[in-house]
Design a protein around this ligand. Sequence first.
Ligand code: UDP
Ligand code: MG
Length: 321
Amino acid sequence: MVASEPALSVVVPMYNEESVLPLLVARLRGVLDALGEPYEVVAVDDGSTDRTSVALLAARRQWPQLRVLRLRRNSGHQPALLAGLMRARGQHVASIDADLQDPPETIVEMLRLAREKNLDIVYGVRADRRADSAFKRWTASVYYRLMRRIAGNDVPAHAGDFRLLSRAAVEALRELPERRPVLRLVVPWLGFPSGEVSYEREGRAAGRTKYPLSRMIALAADSVTSFSAAPLRVATWLGLAGVAICGVLVVLAVVAYFLGATVSGWPSLYVAILFLGAVQLLCLGLLGEYVARIYTAVQARPAYYVAEDTDAAASMVDSLK
Ligand code: UDP
Ligand code: MG
């Protein structure tokens, strides 16, 4: 049985990670046992369709600190992570990917730093992304630059979801009414004292990425719209610019009329019409992005459902989410 309030919880969201699971269990357990403090590992099975769930329950028989949280359906990385955070009971709560791209040893370093300097949040910052593809590196660099612009410089560049939170920070997250927070932006926004630990991001230990391009785009769109209304103002600025340009053209047309230099310029006419049509569609689309999010927020469906929690006592203190 896990102690009721462990010093450390480690949340690991996983989706179809059966191939990496034995490696993860061995390495994570080695690190955490060596810590010499009570801990729990909250493995969140995000509706896997392979044998992840069975393998987790089997691993738990030899490793009582492993707690398995099975979600009813695949809800995505962020909701799975949130599910784990909401149920974790540790004094500190770390989150880490299952694929061993983030070294578990760094968690110990994070914990030491948090205690030494009395920090509520310690981010794992990727010192080097050599293991990632050039495309991933490029998109990540654009993403973090954009996010720092719109969500503020408190957002550490190249800090994903590998971090350590204090109990106070987890409680603050729990109180947020947002159902689908983009954690890597919302956590810095909470405004707790924070620090960083840098680490080398390794290649995936086994299995394939669960983040195809479509999910990367969805995360980026959620990130922008959850922290900035600036795209909505694009329409206003484009409209104003259009009016200014039209004003100049009217003056030119009047001058041309009096000079007798009127030409039948239908190409410029249809270009202008096409252009304006495109701008209108673009603005409608941007508007739609926000309306869609309002719609989702009003529906207020839970981001995830927990089908099973191997720690029954903990199920009693279910989250608000
Ligand atoms: N993940 C998840 N649910 C999903 C997709 C991914 O829980 O729907 C987990 C996955 O198992 C891994 C973590 O999120 O532990 C990060 O995913 P991945 O390593 O595939 O992303 P990448 O590192 O390629 O960006
Ligand atoms: Mg990965």
